[in-house]
Design a protein around this ligand. Sequence first.
Ligand code: HAM
Length: 419
Amino acid sequence: MINVLRGFRDILPPDSEGFAAIEAEARKVFALYGFRELRIPTLEKKELFIKSTGTTTDIVQKEMYSFTDAGGREIANRPEGTPGIARAYIENNLNQSGRNSKFFYIANMFRAERPQAGRYREFEQIGAENIGGGGPASDAETISMLVNLLENIGIKDIVVDINSLGCAECRNVYRAQLLEFLKQHSETLCEACRGRIEQNPLRALDCKIDGPRLAETAPQMQLCEACGTHFSETQELLNLAGVKFRVNHSLVRGLDYYTRTVFEVRSNAIGSQDAIAAGGRYDDLIKSMGGPNVPAVGWAMGVDRVALLLKEQFAAAEHGVKVFVVASVKEAAKQAREKAFALLSSLRKAGISADFSNFEASFKSQMRAANKSGAAWAFIIGEEELKNGTVSVKDMRNAAEQEQIKLEEAADFFTKVLD
Ligand code: HAM
């Protein structure tokens, strides 16, 4: 027996149907906000993620699934979608389209993290990237679209945290101040933070161990006037859109490309601290990758985590077919099988979902399968029905009810009378 890889998993029904329902809702919401689908490849040059996700991130330092292909190229399975979208934007000259480029993707990502509930090595993200919109209205639009989506899916108790990381200038000043502070207190920091403060001092602020204490004691970032205005206008617009949020100055995000607004969404319904969606603005990324100087803002939602929150709801949803066809005739078995098979075809052609188990099995066993299938109706062809050219219609939820109808009128009868 060969087992699935650690951190990878099979998503079985009804969970798989839950994923599909979330994706369908996302497509509806994206259409409302004018976002269109951009499909990016699973594999990219490893360099793409090193240059964009960033060398100081956990993703690039230790979580990438990368390999050298037969042609000697260094390749990585995408750990996130933003770099691929930015590359596609540059490579396809999408800045020349004459309008903002608003894209979404629904794609699997790969990160070699330590697996736990809600954290997998292959997981699905639904992501949105709004490229070209530099003003606070784009931040507010992107965040309110996310909240709108989560509400439509049925996620309760959403907590939205936002912060501003300022522009490169605000951050340079702050980095120096914070580094100075962290160095003075380095003996109080955890080992991971001590190792990375020189490279990226801001990461200490969202460290699970040191973060809460630093939030009280470390100096706070002072935004320049333009970044301060951008942040306060973003908040005003979020209020206008009816989005509830908290300003959280310790929110710094674990990816290198963010500028100005960053945000994370959690649900109080899961005990875990993990975010169900997160994102932010990345005004310098596309230029730094050799593209035009265009601002951008986006987010990604972890579909596995959202699905975990809705697990019970998915399990309770009805996924059975409408009709289960049962044929059981001892003498003219072949004839009955053919009639039943033709009935299945005509039901499906009429758009009525229908299923069967095994016409060779006993009547009892076929009825048991009908019960398990969750079908609302059983259409039965037995001895008498075969003789009369009819089919018996049985209401599976109301066992007493049964009536015979003409076989060739079965699909029509279903559409007009049953459903
Ligand atoms: P991220 O915070 O790395 O951001 O991931 C976004 C979401 O993906 C997380 O909030 C979480 O729900 C889900 N996620 C991440 N890792 C895992 C995992 N191992 N297992 C299950 N779910 C996971 C990004 O990826 C950015 N590209 C977001 C973005 C888009 N920023 C701007 N545009």
